[in-house]
Ligand binder design. Structure first.
Ligand code: PEP
Ligand code: MG
Length: 569
C-alpha cells in the first residue's frame, strides 16, 4: 500500500511502525460542592505540568538546540496564561463544576479561536494549546500519557499529530522518521523534524488507521510517500535513493564555509529569511552569508500588547550581534493582509491584501512606526543593519518613511545616543507599480529586495491564500521575469544592489534564471542555502544571462520551464 502525504522533512527511513496513540482523556461534567478543592487540584496539575515541561525543555536544549527549546518556554507561558487560568477558575466557581471539565471547555475555546484564524502561523499555535491541554488534563484525570522517550528500537513513529513535546522526546538513535495524519509544512512537528534532520511525512489523513504496529514502512520524506510492507525490490530501490541523498548532503555540507561563486567566477550572496532571533542559529549552521529578510511582525504576534521599544531593541540587537559582520536586512512591520494582531483592532475589509496594511498602516499610525524605527536605530551599532520598508507603491511613501527614520535618528543623536553611520535604507519591490517605476525609486533607495510572494499575487491578481487560484502562482512566467529584470536593471544603473526574499529566490528552477538576470542577493529559508550554493557553483553567469534573455521572450511558463530543464539535463 502507498500512502500519500506532504513531504515535510527530507530523507528516507525504512523501519517498523510504532503507533503513538493518545490516551483516553474523556472528561465528564460533574457538579461539585467544594470548589476550593477543585481549584487546588487545578493549581497542582498546572505546577506538575510546568515541572514536566521544564524537564522536556532541558532535554530539547541538548538534543535540538536553543531555538527549538524556546517552544517549551512558550508552552510554560501558555500553561500560566492569566486568561486561561482565570476563565477556568471562574467557571469552577461560577458553575460549581469539576476543574477538568472547566479547563477542557476553556482550552477548547482557545483552540477553536486559533484554528479559525486566517493566518497559518496562528492556526498552528492551536496545536501548542492542544499539547498543554493534554498534559494538564492527564494530571487532572490521573491518566498516564504516552512517553515516546521509552522507544528503544529502530522505528518510524506514526501518530495523529506529533506535539512539540512528543517531537522533542524522540531519540534520533531509534526514531528514524515519522508520519502523521494532520499538519502542514510549517507545523511545529515539521519544523522540528527539519532541525532534527529526520525524514517526515505529514498530513497523510489516514496513516494511523492504515498502519498496524510492526508493519514495515518506507518513509519517503523527499516525495511525501509512505509504502506499507514493501517488496524486497522496493526496499532495495529506496536504499539506493537514501544512499544518493546521503552522498548529496555530504557534498552540500562541504560548502558551508565557502563563498557562493559560479563556475565563471561571479560572486552572489546567499542570505536567509528569519522570523525570530532564534532562527539565526539555523542561518549560521547552514552557511548563510547574511539575513536577507527579518520579518519583524512575529515580534508583534502571539501576545496581547505591542512590544515596547526596549523589547524590540533587544531582539534586533541579538540578531545583529549573532550575525557579526554579516548584513541583516530588517523589514519594518508588515501587519495587515493575512497577518492580524488581536490587540490592534483593524476594521473589517473586503480585500485585506489590497487594504490597510504594512507601510500604509505605519505611515498612518506614526507612533507605532517611530517606536520600531528608534529600536532599530539604537540597535544599529551592534552589527551591519539594513532597514527595508514593505509594500511600497509610490515614491512618496518611501520618502515619508525615510523622513520619519531620519527624524528619529536626529532626535536620538541629540540625546547623545550613538547610531551606526553605515545603515542602508531600502524597500521591498512587491507591488507591480514599484517594479515598473524602479528606475525612479533606484535613485533614492540603497537597495531593492523583490518580494515575489506578493509581486506574483498582485501581478496575476491571484490571492496567495486561495488554493483555487494557486495555479496562477507562476514565478517563471515571462511577465514576472520581466518585472524582476526591470527591478534589477534599474538598481544596477544607479549602482545599487538588488536582492530577492520571496520564495522564488530559493527555487532550484528559478535560480539559473535569476543568476542570468543579474540578481545580487538571494534570500531563502536556511535549509535551501547549501543546495542553492551547490547549484550556483555548477552554473555560468554568462550562459545563464543568455538563458534568461531567451526566457524573457517566451510566451508561457511551460516554455520557460522547458528551457531551464534542458540545461539541467
Ligand atoms: C514577499 O511578499 O515576497 C515577501 C517576502 O514577504 P511576505 O511573504 O512576508 O509577504
Ligand atoms: Mg510581502
Amino acid at each position: 500500500m502507498n500512502i500519500k502525504g506532504i513531504a515535510a522533512s527530507n530523507g528516507i527511513a525504512i523501519a517498523k511502525a510504532f503507533r503513538l496513540i493518545d490516551p483516553d482523556l474523556t472528561v465528564s461534567k460533574q457538579s461539585v460542592s467544594d470548589t476550593q478543592a477543585e481549584i487546588e487540584k487545578y493549581q497542582a496539575a498546572v505546577a506538575t505540568t510546568i515541572k514536566e515541561l521544564e524537564i522536556i525543555k532541558e532535554r530539547a536544549l541538548t538534543t535540538l538546540g536553543e531555538h527549538e527549546a524556546q517552544v517549551f518556554d512558550a508552552h510554560i507561558n501558555m500553561v500560566n496564561d492569566p486568561e486561561l487560568t482565570s476563565q477556568t477558575l471562574d467557571k469552577v466557581k461560577g458553575e460549581s463544576v469539576n476543574a477538568a471539565h472547566a479547563f477542557d471547555e476553556v482550552s477548547n475555546t482557545f483552540v477553536m479561536m486559533f484554528e479559525s484564524m486566517d493566518n497559518e502561523y496562528f492556526r498552528e499555535r492551536a496545536a501548542d494549546i492542544k499539547d498543554i491541554k493534554k498534559r494538564v488534563l492527564a494530571h487532572l484525570l490521573g491518566v498516564k500519557i504516552n512517553d515516546p522517550s521509552k522507544i528503544n528500537e529502530q522505528v518510524v513513529v506514526i501518530a495523529e499529530d506529533l506535539t512539540p513535546s512528543d517531537t522533542a522526546q524522540l531519540d534520533r538513535n531509534f526514531v528514524k522518521g515519522f508520519a502523521t495524519n494532520i499538519g502542514g509544512r510549517t507545523s511545529h512537528s515539521a519544523i522540528m523534524a527539519r532541525s532534527l534532520e529526520i525524514p517526515a511525512v505529514v498530513g497523510t489523513k489516514t496513516i494511523l488507521e492504515d498502519v498496524k504496529d510492526g508493519d514495515v514502512l518506507i518513509l519517503d520524506g523527499l516525495e511525501g510517500n509512505v509504502i506499507v510492507n514493501p517488496s524486497p525490490e522496493q526496499i532495495s530501490h529506496y536504499e539506493g535513493i537514501a544512499q544518493k541523498y546521503a552522498d548529496q548532503k555530504a557534498e552540500w555540507a562541504k560548502l558551508k564555509n565557502e563563498p557562493t561563486v559560479t563556475k565563471d567566477g561571479k560572486h552572489v550572496e546567499l542570505a536567509a529569511n528569519i522570523g525570530t532571533p532564534g532562527d539565526v542559529e539555523g542561518v549560521l549552521n547552514n552557511g548563510g552569508e547574511g539575513v536577507g529578510l527579518y520579518r519583524t511582525e512575529f515580534l508583534y504576534m502571539g501576545r496581547s500588547n505591542f512590544p515596547t521599544e526596549d523589547e524590540q531593541f533587544e531582539a534586533y540587537k541579538t540578531v545583529l550581534e549573532s550575525m557579526g559582520d554579516k548584513p541583516v536586512v530588517v523589514r519594518t512591520l508588515d501587519i495587515g493582509g493575512d497577518k492580524e494582531l488581536d490587540y490592534l483592532k483593524l476594521p473589517h475589509e473586503m480585500n485585506p491584501f489590497l487594504g490597510y496594511r504594512a507601510i500604509r498602516l505605519c505611515l498612518d499610525d506614526k507612533d507605532l512606526f517611530r517606536t520600531q524605527l528608534r529600536a532599530l536605530l539604537r540597535a544599529s551599532v551592534y552589527g551591519k543593519l539594513r532597514i527595508m520598508f514593505p509594500m511600497i507603491a509610490t515614491l512618496n511613501e518611501f520618502r515619508d518613511a525615510k523622513a520619519l527614520l531620519l527624524e528619529e535618528q536626529a532626535k536620538l543623536e541629540a540625546q547623545g545616543i550613538k547610531i551606526s553611520d553605515d545603515i542602508q535604507v531600502g524597500m521591498m519591490v512587491e507591488i507591480p507599480a514599484a517594479a515598473i517605476l524602479a528606475d525612479q525609486f533606484a535613485k533614492e533607495v540603497d537597495f531593492f529586495s523583490i518580494g515575489t510572494n506578493d509581486l506574483i499575487q498582485y501581478s496575476m491578481a491571484a490571492d496567495r491564500m486561495n488554493e483555487k487560484v494557486s495555479y496562477l502562482y507562476q514565478p517563471y512566467n515571462p511577465s514576472i521575469l520581466r518585472l524582476v529584470k526591470m527591478t534589477i536593471d534599474a538598481a544596477h544603473k544607479e549602482g545599487k544592489w538588488a536582492g530577492m526574499c520571496g520564495e522564488m529566490a530559493g527555487d532550484q528552477t528559478a535560480i539559473p534564471l535569476l543568476l542570468g538576470l543579474g540578481l545580487d542577493e538571494f534570500s531563502m529559508s536556511a535549509t535551501s542555502i547549501l543546495p542553492a550554493r551547490s547549484l550556483l557553483a555548477k552554473l555560468s553567469q554568462e550562459e545563464m544571462s543568455k538563458l534568461a534573455a531567451e526566457a524573457l521572450n517566451k510566451s508561457t511558463v511551460e516554455e520557460v520551464i522547458e528551457l531551464v530543464e534542458a540545461i539541467q539535463k
